[in-house]
Design a protein around this ligand. Structure first.
Ligand code: TXA
Ligand code: MG
Length: 319
């Protein structure tokens, strides 16, 4: 059942008491706690089973509020004005007397911050009047939750409350951008692409928008961050016995135990929204592997394919 205004008030009160509440955003569900409280942030790490060196995203209601916690240069201001509220996180220097818990930054002098677009997330932020630290509401190393039941399955016993906003419309996590310098660097690809950013920064050559390949700058980008239990086999054009298939497009190889199609019409937006739900469902079948059909990717027409393939590569990586 979808949550009501009453539920939002209850969730806001719980957050103010230092408890943890899961809530929907347009990207994925977040595991929220008061970002001003070291104890609440520590409880988030404990609930996720997350390594402490992995910093969290702070969610705020408005750009004005974000400016109390982070230093915005011209670039950061342009990005925030254009893309907030929305699926974009900015990594920025913490302000001089930043009241945010130091734990959210995991010891760094920067903070990752965003204004989410989901109405329930906005209602919650408005009502608590607190910055909310929230990683994706999954146990560490598992795929991100895009429905309230996913959160309930993995973290139910560890949370004071889960707000239900139905399935997330974007389905993959926000684009993380390092905006501490004069040029943006994409630390984690997402539905806002380098092409989208270049389109609103006409003075900035497209080539200048960096895609750092190393995982070092965004510690959450551990190679196997999104792993299902079942092995994942990428770029499958045929299926072997006992495999399940994550398909894409209208022409699907035969022989899989079960097939789920990210998008029969080949729509990458639809595929992103379905990705984590379908990975979870196929993981639950107990097959020898999840075969995944190729997802088209190029910088222009299929820029979102890059973000989807980023998640799939992580799902296929074993540590
Ligand atoms: O869509 C999203 O971003 C979701 C929803 C709930 O907002 N949140 C999310 O949080 O995906 P999480 O904690 O699972 O991922 C946060 C990402 C990680 O890759 C982390 O390394 C990066 O943001 N990050 C956080 N703070 C950072 C910082 N100060 N510098 C560089 N990267 C940072
Ligand atoms: Mg995550």
């Amino acid at each position: 059942m979808q949550s009501t205004t009453n539920d939002v008030s209850k969730a806001a009160a719980l957050l103010r008491e230092g408890q943890l509440v899961a809530f929907p955003t347009e990207t994925v569900y977040g595991l929220g706690g008061n970002a001003l409280s070291d104890a609440a942030v520590a409880a988030i790490y404990a609930a996720k089973g997350r390594p402490q060196f992995n910093p969290l995203i702070v969610h705020v209601y408005s750009i004005e509020e974000a400016q109390r916690y982070a230093v915005f240069n011209t670039l950061a201001q342009q990005l925030a004005q254009h893309f907030w509220p929305g699926p974009m996180t900015l990594v920025l220097p913490r302000t001089a007397n930043c009241p945010l818990s130091l734990l959210v930054s995991a010891g760094m002098d920067t903070v990752a911050i965003r204004v989410p677009a989901h109405p329930l997330a906005q209602a919650l932020l408005n009502e608590t009047a607190l910055p909310i630290a929230a990683p994706s509401a999954n146990r560490s190393g598992r795929v991100s939750p895009t429905e309230a039941t996913h959160v309930e399955d993995e973290l139910g016993g560890r949370l004071a409350m889960i707000l239900n906003g139905g399935p997330c419309s974007v389905g993959i996590e926000s684009t993380v951008i390092d905006a501490t310098g004069d040029t943006p660097a994409i630390l984690r690809p997402g539905s806002i692409t380098a092409k989208d950013i270049a389109a609103m920064l006409p003075h900035m050559p497209y080539a200048v928008i960096r895609h750092p390949s190393s995982a070092v700058q965004s510690p959450g980008q551990l190679a196997s961050h999104y792993a299902p239990s079942t092995p994942v086999r990428l770029n499958a054009t045929s299926v072997v016995a006992d495999e399940v298939l994550l398909a894409f497009g209208g022409t699907v190889p035969r022989g899989a135990k079960q097939v789920l199609n990210l998008s029969e019409s080949g729509d990458l937006k639809e595929a992103a929204a379905n990705l984590f739900r379908m990975l979870r469902a196929l993981d639950a079948v107990g097959a020898s592997a999840i075969a995944v059909m190729p997802i088209p990717e190029d910088e222009d027409a299929n820029a979102l394919g890059h973000a989807i393939n980023d998640r799939l590569k992580r799902a296929a990586t074993r540590e």
